[in-house]
Write a protein of this length. Structure first.
Length: 245
């Protein structure tokens, strides 16, 4: 601004020369999962599951975004979860509608030219250079959309999912059908979480209720906790006390 000029109300001041701001944008994000080694994050977006390599986070112009393989390019993904078991950290589960796709992210996929153009025009994010991973399983037994999913910390192939159909399933991802199916006590389920210090136990959150299950006796849940009148939005376990939720 030259000497003698005045700044009008509401007018943005110009940036000083040499100052550069970078903004990385994604389509609408509904969920995020961090890899156990902290190197990558997966995002559930309206343009599918997308992975960001976090080691480049201090240099936004060089962040590499990668699309995750799926049954088709561009489905809206609502939930994502990395496996945290040491022998299956390469597995990423993503929920889209009534189905869950399991991807081995260590396998490189093919070209993503058409997906890049669609993503770039909407989100403004840097393009993905290729499709990341290979599909190792598609799990489809829910009758309504999947609300939550979580991997067992003790068994590398066990994945739990719950949906709006009042059921949650325990999957061995090597099989096409659920290993166990359990009836939930409420139609709305927000969250489920395997206990990190108890191998066969997990918790589910519904309306104003939390249920604790032992899958060795799946005919009924172990206990029901009613924390109050407010809706439960999430559940998690203590990493230090096996009895605390």
């Amino acid at each position: 601004m030259e000497s003698g000029e005045t700044q009008r109300d509401g007018e943005a001041k110009p940036h000083s020369s040499g100052c550069c701001e970078s903004l990385l944008r994604l389509p609408v994000v509904s969920d995020v999962s961090l890899q156990s080694n902290g190197c990558e994050a997966a995002f559930a977006t309206t343009y599918g599951a997308i992975i960001c390599e976090l080691q480049h986070y201090q240099e936004p112009p060089h962040v590499r975004w990668q699309r995750v393989a799926g049954p088709q390019i561009g489905p809206s993904v609502t939930r994502v979860a990395y496996s945290h078991h040491p022998s299956s950290r390469r597995h990423l589960a993503s929920a889209s509608g009534r189905s869950v796709c399991v991807v081995d992210i260590d396998t490189l996929g093919g070209s993503a030219d058409s997906a890049e153009k669609a993503m770039d025009s909407v989100s403004g994010s840097p393009p993905a250079s290729f499709i990341r991973g290979a599909v190792v399983g598609c799990l489809s037994s829910h009758l309504r959309p999947v609300n939550a999913l979580d991997w067992s910390l003790h068994e590398p192939n066990l994945l739990a999912t719950c949906g709006e159909d009042c059921r949650f399933h325990i999957w061995d991802i090597r099989q096409a059908q659920p290993a166990q199916s359990l009836l939930l006590p409420a139609s709305w389920t927000c969250s489920l979480k395997w206990a990190p210090l108890r191998e066969k136990v997990l918790a589910t959150g519904h309306e104003d209720t939390v249920c604790v299950w032992d899958i060795r006796s799946s005919s009924q849940h172990m206990s029901v906790l009613a924390p109050g009148q407010s809706r439960v939005l999430g559940v998690d376990w203590s990493l230090h006390d096996r009895e605390k939720l």
